[in-house]
Design a protein around this ligand. Structure first.
Ligand SMILES: C[C@@H](C(=O)O)C(=O)SCCNC(=O)CCNC(=O)[C@H](O)C(C)(C)COP(=O)(O)OP(=O)(O)OC[C@H]1O[C@@H](n2cnc3c(N)ncnc32)[C@H](O)[C@@H]1OP(=O)(O)O
Ligand SMILES: [Co+2]
Length: 134
């Protein structure tokens, strides 16, 4: 059911500093910052030849990455995003297997304007999974 790896996300305390590090020290193609108030994060996408890296800092009081950064103040790997062809069908199949879909199960428009959903990290080997319909 899952297809290509769309992106790997890294939570960072300072988006501008992390972007500069990817652009400078790592020589990567980093895009412009984008605020996503619906998701409580501000992001920069780094384009690699075979996938993308999403650098994210908290946005707003209710950011879902606030607690993660409290536990790991210098940042850390936060989630991986797999592409699916039909996110409604993917959600129904996952719920049938007993996996917890986060939120109310309704896909939201993600950073690329496509529908996304998140799966509880405790149900997938301690890894937060994002599904994106592509
Ligand atoms: C826009 C976009 C896009 O790309 O399109 C995005 O990516 S938005 C990306 C930001 N949005 C999201 O992440 C939305 C989905 N995330 C969430 O709803 C939340 O972050 C949760 C995953 C439910 C975690 O919430 P919260 O940190 O409040 O819970 P918590 O502190 O009680 O954590 C419960 C347990 O899960 C663990 N835990 C928390 N976050 C984790 C993560 N990212 N990876 C692995 N484990 C994680 C904690 O260590 C804890 O384990 P112990 O109990 O063992 O201590
Ligand atoms: Co993401």
């Amino acid at each position: 059911m899952i297809g290509r790896l769309n992106h790997v996300a890294i939570a960072v305390p300072d988006l501008a500093a992390a972007t500069e590090q990817y652009r400078g020290a790592l020589g990567a193609d980093a895009g412009a910052p984008l605020s996503l108030p619906d998701h409580g994060v501000r992001v920069v996408f780094v384009t690699l030849p075979n996938t993308k890296i999403e650098l994210m800092e908290p946005l707003g009081e209710e950011s879902p990455i606030a607690r993660f950064l409290e536990a790991s103040p210098s940042g850390g790997l936060h989630h991986i995003c797999y592409e699916v062809a039909d996110i409604g069908a993917a959600r129904d199949r996952l719920v049938e297997t007993g996996a917890r879909v986060l939120g109310d199960g309704t896909p939201k428009a993600g950073a690329h304007g496509k529908p996304v959903l998140f799966l509880h990290p405790k149900d997938f080997s301690g890894t937060l999974i994002e599904l994106e319909e592509v």
